[in-house]
Design a binder for this molecule. Structure first.
Ligand code: ADP
Length: 258
């Protein structure tokens, strides 16, 4: 298997107290992985560990065989793009200017953006249908609009691996499908994606593999069919569910019942 990422017995957390407790899994090139689990399971903590915000207390993370923690920042940014949870933006860049910032890992010091930078930014604006808001200030956007702009900024980094923390949390169903379809298009063109997803049905529909966390531990790592098991989901989420199969995609989906 052509592994991009190897996570080996990783412990991480806050103030040296582990929240993530001994998680191991591998990610092959070209996968689309959903990190799922109830609130407080440790999804964001694992995400922050993979993107280097939180230190690894124990264990190792390898990127194409090299220790990820030893990679220099620019080198890392050209390979891995990170999309954090939507945050309130204070500065007043326009959408287009903000997306251009994603090209920084490619720019040399004191050099203007190149033709290539412009082409990549224009393509990304088109793919996410941001033409109408390209000149708006990003601190005046709705949560959903900002979410799309953040995705566009991550794309222009032209990464090999894209890490996303709940990329659809502020979007209506049309917006959710638009973002997920765009991610799928990029994934089909070779981008590896790991995304924290709150919505189990979106995760099941789009991801080739799901990793279910609970209490900082990996509970199940497998295909949507393997992970969307009603007993497992009921046990972890403490809710009664029915799992059915989508007749069009043949992917499992979940409905609640009392
Ligand atoms: P999830 O993303 O799955 O909802 P989190 O990773 O945010 O879960 O949280 C996992 C655990 O880590 C929770 O018990 C939470 O209280 C704790 N935690 C999250 N952020 C912090 C922080 N900044 N400082 C201390 N504990 C935190």
């Amino acid at each position: 298997m052509d592994n991009l990422l190897e996570i080996k017995n990783v412990f991480s957390g806050y103030n040296k107290k582990p929240v993530i407790k001994g998680i191991s899994f591998e990610v092959a090139k070209g996968e689309f992985i959903g990190l799922i689990g109830p609130n407080g399971a440790g999804k964001s903590t694992l995400f922050k560990t993979l993107n280097g915000i939180l230190p690894i207390l124990k264990g190792e993370v390898y990127y194409q065989g090299a220790d990820l923690t030893k990679m220099n920042l620019n080198e890392r940014a050209r390979r891995i793009a990170v999309l954090p949870q939507v945050f309130k933006v204070q500065f007043s860049y326009t959408v287009e200017e903000f997306i251009f910032l994603g090209r920084f890992p490619y720019s040399e010091r004191f050099r203007c953006f190149s033709k290539k930078d412009e082409t990549v930014v224009c393509k990304s604006i088109e793919m996410l249908s941001l033409q109408k808001i390209r000149n708006r200030k990003i601190n005046e956007l709705s949560g959903g609009e900002l979410q799309k702009v953040l995705v566009a900024q991550a794309f222009v980094q032209e990464p090999e691996l894209l890490l996303l923390d709940e990329p659809t949390s502020h979007l209506d169903i049309g917006g959710q499908v638009e973002i997920m379809n765009t991610l799928r298009d990029f994934n089909e063109n070779g981008l590896t994606v790991i995304s924290v997803l709150h919505d189990l049905n979106l995760a099941s529909e789009y991801c080739n593999r799901l990793i279910l966390l609970n209490n900082g531990e990996l509970i199940k790592n497998g295909t949507p069919q393997e992970v969307m098991d009603y007993q497992l989901i009921e046990q972890v989420y403490k809710a009664r569910v029915v799992i059915k199969e989508n007749p069009y995609s043949n992917k499992p989906f979940l409905i609640l019942y009392n």
